[in-house]
Each structure stands twice: as C-alpha cells, then as structure tokens.
Design a protein around this ligand. Structure first.
Ligand SMILES: [Zn+2]
Length: 405
C-alpha cells in the first residue's frame, strides 16, 4: 500500500461498489487516501495509519455526486418562458413564439469567451457546493461550426484552471438553427464533415450527443452524425423520446452508445435493445416535471435491468438547476425510483453514462472525490431536499477539501 495521506474513519461509508449489494454500505467504515485516490476501503477498526485522520462520528460518507447530463455553458436566461409555462403555454408553443433553444442562441453567440467562462464558473461554484464533483457539459447553444468549437474551448479553459468539479465535455448536435432550416441537409453535412472531425482532432470532447426528437434531428440525421462521431473514435449518446419516440433507443443500441437520455417516450422494444446493449438510461426529472411531461417507464426499465442515472439537465429553458440533490428527491418521489436507485443514479450509474471507470464509487483506485454529510441515513439527503448545502459537512476533491467559493 502507498503512504497514506488521509484516513476518514468512523463513517457510514456508501461505497456504491458493484461487488457489494445495493449501495454497498459499510456501517462502521473507513477509507484511506493516497495521492488523491482511494487506496483502501474497509472496517474502521482495520484502517491503516495515516498522516491525517478525520473522524466522522458515524455520519455518512458518499462518493462525490456525478451530474452526467448538463448544458451548463450558455448566456442569458429564460425566466419569461418559465412564467409563460406557469400560465399554461406548452414547450412547442413557446418555441413557435421565438422562445426555446433558439432564444439562448443570440445571447450566447454575443457573449465574449471571458463572459461565457465567468457565467459557467458561477454555475460550477454552485454545483460543487451541492456536492457534485464530476459534471458533464454539453455544447449546443451556438450551432455554427466555429461557435460550437468556441464553446468547447471555453469549457476546456475552465477545466484546466479550476480545482473541481471534474469536467467531461460533450459535443451536442442540439438542433438546426433558425437560419439553416432552409438547407438543413447541408448543415448536417457540416456537422459530420467539419465539426465532428475538428472536435476529435483538438480533443475537445469525449463523446457526441444528438437531440433526436420532434423539432430537432430526425433518426436518419442522428445516424449520420453519430456515425461520423464513431468513425473519429468518439463515444456516442442521445437525447431520446422526450416528446416523441423516433426510434433512437434502437439506434443507440445498434451503435453501442453510452447512454440514452430523457426517455419519456420509448417503446418496449427500445428498452429491450438498451438492456441488451448495456446502455444507461439517464433520467432528467426536473425537466420532465417543468415541461409537464409523462414520467418515463421506470418499472419497465427496472424490469429489463437497464441501469438508470439521474441528472440535472442544467439548462436555461427547462431545468435551471445546479443542485443534484433536488433531482435525487424528484427521482425518489415523482419518478418512483427507490432511494438506492436514485443514489446509484447520481453516482456509479452516472459515471457509467460518461464512460468513467471507478468514478462515482468509493473503491480502490477511484479518485478521492467525496462528500461527508451531517446525517447518517442516505434517505435523509432527498428527504430534506431543501437543505442539501447545510447537510454537507465537506466536499473533497481529489482527496482535499474543495475550497469554499
Ligand atoms: Zn439535455
């Protein structure tokens, strides 16, 4: 065993270790940290000596939360749409009135790099304060080749200069911008022949996501874009059946995707295909509820053995939420997921959706990204959904307390 820097002991350790049942709880547990990674996990009585020992007094220690689906880089807000929706307007109606994704394009395109990074980092401060230590960030609010590259370069700049959260960038084909609806075939070709290769060349993202739905990309366009991504060695995932099922779940299974996200509308055959291909179903309850959509078929996903993740969908239109514990609560209430399912959804299964081995667990070799809570029961976190920041005693990033912001 390497020299141990820190031991955290007398903790209820939620390992989320796939080799253990459920959440992999160790009631009188400890973990040892060396060089920013977990070097040992076990019973507190067996803990190795360390330079620094932290006693948790029987309270809960979990992996840092993993938010595997966000659109966190954008400018402007759409509070007006929130008010319209509250007064009864629908998503497609708001889009027809010039709202929706298109309403975020203009302020995002107009913002400087520094402005975009400052806005992003303000959100990341909140994200970390709510216990999220790994976050996926999609591009998708410029929708030109150069503009999408710029957004991903801003994300990369932020990732290089900050001490957490860990950032996983994704190129998102979000929709055809209003100025290109007359030549959408040419736009899709630009994505396939210019944008995807440039992203792969510069290493700006690890995966490509396509919004395959009514009003976004068709199944054939999705196949073309994700095919180009696979050709360049990038992982693929998709927004699937938020409004209408276009058959994307089957396509993602065929392509060996990491995840299918949303899934308010998905066929039994699509679920079976996802199960066979080992694709994670990413649940986005905040957006679902805000848009007043039907709940995805949780019982069928569970019965088919599909791993379910839970994410914030942080975006200015349907879910402006940096707090993953609130999604944990919505998953366990509105979505009918068990507390264990919801917790695995923001830890191990979310990391799987990002293709990150070990992250989202407290197992040997995993990064020492942790949350020490001021409660003992994992159910307390979603149960007291309004108090997550005061329930958090400390967030550790790579074995060190994350600096307060
Ligand atoms: Zn999304």
């Amino acid at each position: 065993m390497p020299d141990i820097d820190t031991v955290i002991r007398d903790a209820r350790v939620m390992t989320c270790d796939p080799a253990r049942a459920g959440l992999g709880m160790i009631d009188h547990g400890a973990i040892a940290i060396a060089n920013g990674a977990i070097a040992w996990v076990g019973e507190a009585a067996d803990a190795p000596p360390a330079r620094r020992t932290i006693e948790l007094g029987g309270r809960l220690l979990t992996p840092g939360l993993v938010d595997c689906h966000t659109h966190a880089i954008f400018a402007g807000d759409r509070a007006n749409e929130f008010a319209m929706r509250a007064a009864g307007a629908g998503y497609l109606e708001i889009a027809a009135a010039g709202g929706g994704i298109a309403a975020t394009l203009m302020p995002t395109r107009a913002a400087s790099d520094d402005e975009l990074i400052e806005l992003l980092e303000g959100r990341l401060d909140l994200v970390l304060g709510h216990g999220t230590t790994t976050i996926e960030i999609k591009s998708g609010y410029d929708l030109t080749v150069e503009g999408e590259l710029r957004l991903l370069r801003c994300v990369a700049r932020s990732a290089q200069t900050r001490g957490g959260p860990r950032i996983v960038p994704t190129l998102l084909a979000h929709l055809v911008p209003p100025e290109r609806t007359g030549d959408r075939d040419a736009f899709v070709r630009e994505l396939c022949d210019q944008l995807v290769p440039a992203v792969a060349r510069e290493g700006l993202a690890t995966s490509v996501d396509v919004y395959c739905d009514e009003g976004a990309f068709t199944l054939a366009e999705t196949r073309a874009i994700l095919g180009a991504a696979k050709q360049r060695g990038l992982a693929v995932r998709g927004h699937v059946g938020q409004f209408r099922d276009l058959g994307a779940a089957d396509l993602l299974a065929e392509l060996g995707a990491l995840s299918g996200d949303h899934l308010e509308q998905v066929t039994d055959a699509g679920i079976a295909a996802m199960a066979r291909a080992g694709i994670v179903a990413v649940m986005l309850p905040g957006a679902c509820i805000q848009l007043r959509l039907p709940v995805p078929p949780i019982d069928k996903l569970r019965a088919a053995g599909v791993a379910m993740a839970v994410a914030s969908d942080l975006n200015p239109g349907s879910s402006y939420c940096e707090a993953l514990p609130i999604q944990l609560w919505l998953a366990a209430t509105h979505y009918g997921m068990t507390v264990d399912e919801a917790w695995l959804g923001v830890t191990r299964h979310a990391a799987k959706a990002l293709g990150l081995a070990g992250v989202g667990t407290l197992t040997v070799g995993a990064p020492a990204d942790l949350v020490a809570w001021r409660c003992e029961d994992p159910a307390t976190v979603p149960y007291r959904y309004g108090a997550s920041t005061s329930l958090i005693d400390e967030v550790y990033f790579a074995g060190e307390p994350a600096p307060p912001r």
